[in-house]
Write a protein that binds this ligand. Structure first.
Ligand code: SAM
Length: 285
């Protein structure tokens, strides 16, 4: 479907604290669109006032997002441009907008990102933890059991882990992280771009102790970053040793079945699994 007569949905990132972080392109577009779809219209009205703009607002939050799709699409089809914003940062990142963007894209509408602040990228950029690979996990589950399970599932991941957290649950989350990841290094970014911006560094237990000493450290908004698991060198070395033994047996003319049986007897584990591994080694040879 051609979109030449249709309007554009601009997905506009807004500041996560410091209003100076709103770029000139975002400011211009917010003044040019026919409508701003906002998570909390009162909150966004404050931002627009600060910019000296008066633009019609429409609420779009997790409870009405699906119901808003047709309404917003009709306006795009009429040729109107719309900006989508959330309360802070980049829409769709732990914020509403996914359903709208997915539906409009499937209808062939023009969707243009207008990049800007995002708490997870801001936090990573100054934490000093590896950023070549990271795993963003949004908010941890609120219920203790589900939270523990989620953390256990992540315990062996080698990427830097990134979580969002609110002041209501920061202590519970740190306690659960202390239990799941023991002494692993954490960096806790608080109140990014705001007056009381703080980066704390240490184990989860040490950070909890810090909050006991200074309860202000538990106030505000948080990005929790956890160092990834150390690479499993021991398991890797054992794997390579076993492969060398199997290759030597094959080179001596020992059959696949017999080699698998020797490996199972010497190294433990199921004969069937060893058979598959010897077979793969033989084929790769
Ligand atoms: N869409 C936003 C973004 O791009 O980062 C995230 C929205 S999510 C509902 C809100 C969470 O983001 C907060 O609970 C906190 O974990 C994180 N966050 C937002 N602003 C922050 C700030 N100034 N400092 C630290 N964390 C922040």
């Amino acid at each position: 479907m051609s979109d030449t007569v249709n309007g554009t949905l601009y997905v506009v990132a807004t500041p996560i604290g410091n209003l100076e972080d709103l770029g000139p392109r975002a400011a211009r577009l917010l003044g040019e669109v026919a409508l701003v779809a906002a998570e909390d219209t009162r909150h966004t009205a404050g931002l627009l006032r600060h910019l000296g703009l008066s633009v019609p607002l429409l609420s779009l939050h997790e409870h009405n997002e699906a119901a808003r799709v047709d309404q917003l699409d009709a306006r795009l089809v009429r040729g109107e441009d719309i900006a989508l914003v959330s309360d802070a940062g980049t829409p769709l990142i732990s914020d509403p907008g996914f359903v709208l963007v997915r539906e409009l894209r499937s209808r062939g509408r023009r969707i243009v990102p207008v990049p800007g602040p995002c708490a997870l990228v801001t936090a990573l950029s100054a934490a000093g933890l590896p950023t070549d690979r990271f795993l963003f996990q949004g908010f941890l589950p609120a219920k203790a059991g589900a939270r523990r399970q989620r953390l256990e599932a992540l315990a062996s991941r080698e990427e830097t882990l990134v979580f969002y957290e609110s002041p209501h649950r920061i202590r519970d989350s740190l306690a659960a992280i202390a239990e799941a990841f023991a002494e692993r290094r954490l960096v806790l970014a608080r109140e990014l771009t705001k007056t009381f911006e703080t980066f704390l560094d240490g184990s989860a237990e040490a950070l909890l102790a810090r909050m006991d000493d200074d309860p202000d450290q538990a106030r505000g908004e948080f990005v929790i970053m956890v160092a990834g698991a150390a690479p499993n060198d021991e398991a890797e070395a054992a794997h390579l040793e076993a492969d060398a033994l199997l290759a030597a047996l094959l080179a001596e003319g020992v059959g696949v079945k017999q080699a698998a049986s020797v490996a199972a007897r010497l190294l433990g584990g199921a004969k069937k699994a060893w058979y598959a591994r010897v077979q793969a080694l033989k084929e790769a040879d």
